[in-house]
Design a protein around this ligand. Sequence first.
Ligand SMILES: Nc1nc2c(c(=O)[nH]1)N[C@H]1C(S)=C(S)[C@@H](COP(=O)(O)OP(=O)(O)OC[C@H]3O[C@@H](n4cnc5c(=O)[nH]c(N)nc54)[C@H](O)[C@@H]3O)O[C@H]1N2
Ligand SMILES: Nc1nc2c(c(=O)[nH]1)N[C@H]1C(S)=C(S)[C@@H](COP(=O)(O)OP(=O)(O)OC[C@H]3O[C@@H](n4cnc5c(=O)[nH]c(N)nc54)[C@H](O)[C@@H]3O)O[C@H]1N2
Ligand code: SF4
Ligand SMILES: [Mo]
Length: 702
Amino acid sequence: MSEPPDLEPDPVPEAGTHCPYCALQCGTILSGTGETGVTVRPADFPVNRGRLCRKGWTAPEVLAAADRLTRPLVRTRDGHLAPVSWDTALDTVAERLVAIRDRHGPDALAVFGGGGLTNEKAYLLGKFARLALRTSQIDYNGRFCMSSAATAGNAAFGMDRGLPFPVTDLRTADTVLLAGANPAETMPPLMQHLDRARLVVVDARRTATAQRAALHLQPVPGTDLALALGLLHVAVVDGLHDQAYIAARTRDFEPAARRAMAWWPERVEETTGVPASALRRAAHMLAEGRGAYVLTGRGVEQHSTGTDTVAAFINLALALGLPGTDRGGYGCLTGQGNGQGGREHGQKADQLPGYRPLTDPAARAHVAGVWGVAPEDLPGPGRSAYELLDALGSDQGPRGLLVFGSNPAVSAPDAARVARRLASLDLLVVADFVPSETARTADVVLPVTQWAEEEGTLTNLEGRILRRRALLAPPAQVRSDLQVLHDLAVRLGEPAARYPVAPSDVFEELRAASRGGRADYSGISYERLDAGESLHWPCPEAPEPHPGTPRPFAVRFAHPDGRARFADVDHRGPAEETGTDYPLYATTGRVLAHYQSGAQTRRVAGLLDAVPEPYVEVHPDTAARAGLVADGQALVSSVRGSMTARVRLEPTMRLDTVFTPFHFPADGRANLFTHAALDPRSGMPEFKVCAVRLDPLPGATP
Ligand SMILES: Nc1nc2c(c(=O)[nH]1)N[C@H]1C(S)=C(S)[C@@H](COP(=O)(O)OP(=O)(O)OC[C@H]3O[C@@H](n4cnc5c(=O)[nH]c(N)nc54)[C@H](O)[C@@H]3O)O[C@H]1N2
Ligand SMILES: Nc1nc2c(c(=O)[nH]1)N[C@H]1C(S)=C(S)[C@@H](COP(=O)(O)OP(=O)(O)OC[C@H]3O[C@@H](n4cnc5c(=O)[nH]c(N)nc54)[C@H](O)[C@@H]3O)O[C@H]1N2
Ligand code: SF4
Ligand SMILES: [Mo]
């Protein structure tokens, strides 16, 4: 007789988690197993409310990527990356790190992190660098992403919380200004919150977002500072500014307003190409109606003038009386999955956990206390990301580098130069789950877990702390980043207990380290998050239970006197001007189907089908002048190097500007032509403008 059939089928395993990609951190529900395959569906989470973009829908494909890294690899004498045991890989790394440090000192070791790492990883990475390696040389790819907005936000508001309000607040505004942001492609589910607003879009291109705008201002790349000064000019001259708010909640209005007086609309038109009438209309749209938001993206931030440009947009928002009120505000649309949390817990060159300054004696004493070391054991600030990459292998620079969560061989500015610096290292170690272009050049590659295989927390663009939850067990030979840091630290002679491996244990320590800091997480726990509470930092321990702070500026700003600061900033143009040899402006950015360096999304068939290769968007007349035809192959060249790209004719482009996405490798890297001119305050490279020329690719059939 056969057994009676099981009446209860095994439940399909499910996990409530969030998308692995951008800072919107759409809520998702994963189901399935490694064998049956994983499917994703959107959760009814406030930021995405049942929607996902194409990348989110297809994210599980990367879990089973054909070339997923599943064994540690070490480069052999004949130059191959060969599989080895974890012990061999970790012993090799530790021995070589120690040898470099013995010979050249601790600052010869460096760490490059990422804004996609969970809070726990970012925290442990910073601790590992400063205690186990004893180096000051740690920074991360967020320097290429959030640094200008962060610097300007800290100066204006005393705190850098990308959006100091939930995205659902955007629904209340009549007008939203999007300056250098293209959320219709970079955060599609966010658009539902902008449905009822009139959009004013400032973008050098007529993007999918600009097509939905009531008003599109299309400036010459790199001239947004003049444009923002012009908007403030109109606001003040036409009496649109809110004098009571300015008096009650701000400081330093007068010098900023005086500076803007020199930027009358016709002068702005000359500099930016934006008609004076459109500028006037934009200022009036923002001032009239039931309130407005001013939001910035990378288009205005990734410049050598990025910090001042953001400051000028904040000046405008303050003059209109918006930040910290229920009539609107200013926010920056943070980029990477943990772009916000990644900039708070100590993987930045100048920072300790809790957004504490590394140079502040009280901050050092607090964190040293939590870590069980003396404050003087903590190194000082190190180099910013590009400066770090540019110093690699030089006499004074690091000779050994560990990369966790970035692919700088594709994404760093002036990438050929960065590739040469990476190649000049004595030791390059990359932890990743796919063989990224950077991993392929490494001496040691460490295979790590992916989002659906791990627990942790991330902080989304609204400063809301979210739980990442595991659905799957990782492949047998794959370890978590936390485990890798633990295993290496122990080999470097550190006490094992100093590097917890369980994400919840790391989070408990992070809470203590952040206690009393600007980004205070001490009142947050996995238990509260798992109970479904929505918690935005700052969330201190008292009063218990603290409800979190979705709108931190509602009563006062974070400066000691509670007031926001206007900044006295003036227009400067791009670091590189066009001329006879390089007559066009080039700008770079994103397309819907690909994410960042493309390491993940180029491994998803549907996304690669959608955008299979690099291209250059160019006005038909400009193309014709360069001898280019539709679908031909072009070289986009600057004085630094050339990228190969397919020609896309686009009649809405400015005649003087071309655009390329930066998601592709090898000859298709946009960063072969970009410029590493840095913003002096934030260290942000000028990804968004440089001078180029277009030529047909020699030998290609037109
Ligand atoms: N599909 C997709 N989504 C993503 C990402 C991705 O790689 N792919 N990455 C995530 C990350 S990390 C980030 S940082 C965000 C970025 O999100 P966004 O800031 O929206 O993206 P970008 O395409 O870099 O730049 C936005 C726009 O700036 C415009 N622009 C270029 N130069 C200028 C200029 O000088 N002035 C003005 N006003 N505009 C200019 C470009 O035409 C572009 O449309 O996206 C996140 N979401
Ligand atoms: N020209 C140009 N260049 C740009 C930009 C631009 O607009 N134009 N934008 C800049 C911006 S805003 C950004 S954010 C950067 C991003 O550029 P990158 O820093 O290169 O970002 P990703 O491509 O996301 O690379 C992340 C890598 O880490 C891996 N990874 C993901 N999660 C984890 C993890 O948890 N642990 C580990 N160990 N690895 C992980 C991924 O597989 C991938 O290989 O690019 C910058 N570069
Ligand atoms: S918008 Fe961002 S978080 Fe949402 S599904 Fe797309 S990539 Fe993922
Ligand atoms: Mo970014």
